[in-house]
Write a protein of this length. Structure first.
Length: 406
């Protein structure tokens, strides 16, 4: 008997056709491209936001430092800046031995970069602008102020009382060991220092006993003491009608602010301590991302203590070198300055794919055309693929504003 059996054939499996595969791949590519576009846009916005935030923080800190330094300009000598009825320290040529560094004022060598173009001979002034004097082509601002808290009172040196290392005042209230002081006669100022042997006055926390009195003798010694400066000496000052005033004390964390501010390499805002109270002839970086610094004077034209006009420092004899020449005109102009307006152009470190910066930016755009400054971003050294922003601040010089009309 023959039996038959059923042999099942394997079931045929069906795959994707070539067309289906191509469609699937195309859809996947489109989705991948879309996702990548979203990620790229999101990352670009994130990087741009980070760059803008960095520039904003740098600008905010720069403004804070500039405001703090400028607002106290003239402290310690502004009240006697320019008074024709009596001797005045304003505009005097400064002679000094700068601690133990071997440097002097006036400088024998140029100031460190970016301040190499600033004149080496300086005069006592609350503020001065040297247009285009930094190595980056920006303005340099010089600020001088004392930090003694007593310096607005000018002390008259008793006639003929200056010795080889001391002088005599009516009393030495307000003078402490280690204080820096200016001894002024006419157009010359000699920086000196109160000796550590100075006896504290009654009521001074450092006084040995409550009965200690402030005598007239003020001994001079210390790192800043010199009997002879580059342009004057104690002996020459003794022949005139000298005044003196304290500036502050570098040894107790209260040094005077004799500072230059300007933009240097790598888009960095630098400051330089003119008196080298830190003991080093170096510049200190303040903030990066600062591309341009420009400044204007706010001046009082009718001697009523009010700001009447803005003056560019590069025209009409208002440049720093002219204000430092010691003439009667320069002294009068220094006294006219009642405010400073500063404009900064900041640049992000991030280089973006798109061109995100305009061809130019304008500083002081709300002022007359003669005071406006155009900063071009399509010149060598600039990159319009980096984000830029401008920051401006106006600072009244409060110590000048306190002066009564002459």
């Amino acid at each position: 008997m023959v039996s038959s059996s059923y042999i099942a054939s394997p079931r045929k499996s069906r795959g994707f056709s070539l067309i289906e595969l191509m469609v699937g791949v195309a859809i996947g590519l489109v989705l991948t491209l879309a996702i990548f576009q979203v990620l790229i846009a999101s990352e670009g916005r994130k990087r741009s936001l980070t760059g803008v935030n960095d520039v904003s923080q740098s600008g905010a800190y720069s403004v804070y430092v500039l405001d703090r330094i400028l607002r106290s300009a003239g402290t310690g000598f502004a009240q006697g800046l320019s008074r024709p009825e009596e001797p005045s320290p304003g505009g005097c040529r400064i002679s000094a031995r700068l601690g133990a560094t071997g440097e002097t004022l006036p400088r024998t060598n140029a100031f460190p970069a970016p301040f190499t173009a600033v004149p080496r001979e300086l005069r006592l002034a609350p503020v001065a602008i040297f247009p285009g004097a930094s190595t980056a082509g920006s303005d340099v601002i010089m600020v001088m102020s004392g930090a003694s808290g007593f310096g607005e009172v000018l002390s008259t040196v008793l006639p003929g009382s200056i010795g080889a290392a001391d002088l005599r005042l009516t009393n030495t209230i307000g003078y402490r060991a280690g204080d820096l002081l200016m001894i002024n006669d006419g157009g010359e100022c000699l920086l000196s220092q109160v000796s550590a042997a100075k006896v504290p006055c009654a009521g001074d926390p450092g006084a040995a006993t409550p009965t200690t009195v402030c005598g007239p003798l003020l001994p001079l010694a210390g790192a800043y003491f010199t009997a002879t400066g580059p342009n004057t000496s104690l002996a020459l000052l003794n022949a005139g009608q000298p005044l003196t005033f304290t500036l502050g004390n570098p040894g107790n964390g209260n040094p005077p602010e004799f500072t230059m501010l300007g933009v240097g390499d790598n888009s960095t805002l630098f400051r330089h301590d003119l008196l080298l109270t830190n003991g080093q002839n170096i510049v200190e970086p303040i903030a990066d991302g600062v591309r341009v610094l420009r400044a204007l004077y706010g001046i009082d034209t009718n001697d009523d203590g009010m700001l009447d006009a803005w003056q560019s420092p590069d025209v009409g004899g208002w440049d720093g070198a002219t204000l430092m020449n010691g003439s009667a005109v320069s002294k009068a102009r220094l006294r006219q300055i009642v405010a400073i307006r500063v404009g900064l152009v900041l640049r992000s470190a991030l280089v973006e794919q798109e061109m995100v910066a305009p061809t130019s930016l304008t500083l002081f755009g709300d002022l007359p055309a003669a005071n406006q400054v155009t900063v071009y971003l399509n010149v060598a050294g600039e990159n319009r693929h980096q984000r830029h922003r401008t920051v401006e601040l106006t600072v009244p010089l409060r110590n000048i504003l306190m002066l009564p009309p002459l």
